[in-house]
Write a protein that binds this ligand. Structure first.
Ligand code: WQD
Length: 338
């Protein structure tokens, strides 16, 4: 079965391609290499023994998208990762984010709704919940006004898919709301490759650990949590990748209850920034150089998933502990810096 993975050379995309190939799917990757590298194909091949088909393409070019689906009229499912994801950059360049994350989504759906049967998996985010009133966060929690154009593209993206599904019974879609994916494949053949100074906690920690950054700034220790630092649900990227395969199989086997469904992808366990630092210190055996600084604008205090729906309905559960996820991130960081 041939599956299109857009953004398949990126962090979550590449790990998902590995899991798809391990399950016997034939994968075609589209990626514009704007935040990834062709070398990732070698990593995927090293793990799975097979190089996926790769087409370098910018999906904002609508005629190219149309041409792709004419050439590959046997695509049975699409997993759509290709998008911009830096919250700060989205504030500076809103139109880039709306074009990349929503324009491209519309082009893909236009092609999928021409097909006799189409299955679509969308990368959404826990950012749609904002600061939820109740924890853990269920899929029924209200969507809060977006804090950034990036967050808005995920909310509006979900709405675009939902509206399209209402009038397109042959289209089936699942939106997966990721909490905080971290880590790397245990083989350390693929992992996260942030360009420039990392904005996210775990790559900043591992880069500080190898000496690439001098010190981690912890953004605030005066939040209403046990140790005063913010709480997130950090999930191993391989667990996230496996959930995509399970969600796709649900659609391919027609087991979905409606043609638009939403699932949280988290572990269900919240960890504070200091707990993540302590996990790093445990698995690396080193002390981390960090200091407490002021709060970062836009941070919610706590976000962690209620995983019941994904556990019961998808039959999927995150398997890795925080220490295992952090260890894989640390192994990967040391490998790429050597
Ligand atoms: C985690 C915690 C920071 C860096 C991101 C995306 C969001 C969504 C989820 C995709 C926070 C603290 C961080 C640092 C720190 N992803 N921190 N020092 O904020 O949960 O959100 O992932 O859709 O859109 O933005 O993740 O890794 O940036 O921060 O103290 O140098 O670490 O304040 O509490 P976040 P993060």
């Amino acid at each position: 079965m041939k599956i299109l993975v857009t953004g398949g050379l990126g962090f979550i995309g590449s790990h998902t391609v590995v899991e798809l190939q391990n399950e016997g799917f034939e994968v075609v990757i589209i990626d514009n290499l704007s935040n990834s590298s062709e070398d990732v194909l070698d990593g995927i091949e090293a793990i799975t023994g097979k190089k996926p088909i790769f087409e370098k393409m910018d999906l904002r070019d609508k005629p190219l998208v149309q041409d792709f689906f004419k050439r590959h009229n046997d695509i049975e499912g699409v997993i759509h990762f290709a998008a911009s994801k830096a919250v700060g950059e989205s504030v500076e360049k809103p139109l880039l984010y709306y074009e990349n994350n929503l324009g491209v989504l519309v082009y893909l759906l236009q092609e999928l709704t021409k097909m006799d049967k189409a299955n679509f998996i969308f990368s959404s985010s826990c950012t749609v919940y904002g600061q939820a009133d109740e924890l853990p966060i269920t899929e029924d929690a209200p969507v809060k006004p977006a804090e950034s154009p990036y967050g808005n593209t995920k909310q509006v993206g979900e709405e675009i898919i939902q509206d399209t599904c209402k009038v397109s019974p042959k289209l089936a879609a699942i939106a997966l709301r990721y909490f905080n994916p971290i880590g790397a494949h245990p083989s350390v053949e693929i992992g996260e490759l942030p360009i420039g100074v990392p904005q996210n906690l775990v790559p900043f920690i591992t880069q500080t650990g190898v000496g690439l950054r001098e010190q981690l700034s912890v953004f605030g220790d005066d939040y209403p949590t046990e140790d005063g630092t913010c709480i997130r649900d950090y999930i191993h990227v391989v667990d996230v990748a496996k959930a995509h395969v399970v969600a796709l199989q649900r659609l391919l086997e027609g087991k979905n209850k409606s043609n638009y469904e939403v699932f949280n992808l988290g572990t269900g366990k919240g960890s504070s920034v200091l707990e993540v630092i302590h996990s790093f210190e445990r698995v690396s055996g080193d002390k981390l150089n960090y200091q407490i600084v002021g709060r970062r604008a836009g941070d919610v205090v706590q976000a962690y998933a209620d995983t019941k729906k994904a556990n019961l309905v998808l039959g999927w559960k995150a398997a890795s502990t925080l220490d295992e996820s952090i260890k894989s991130a640390w192994d990967w960081e040391r490998k790429i810096r050597n």
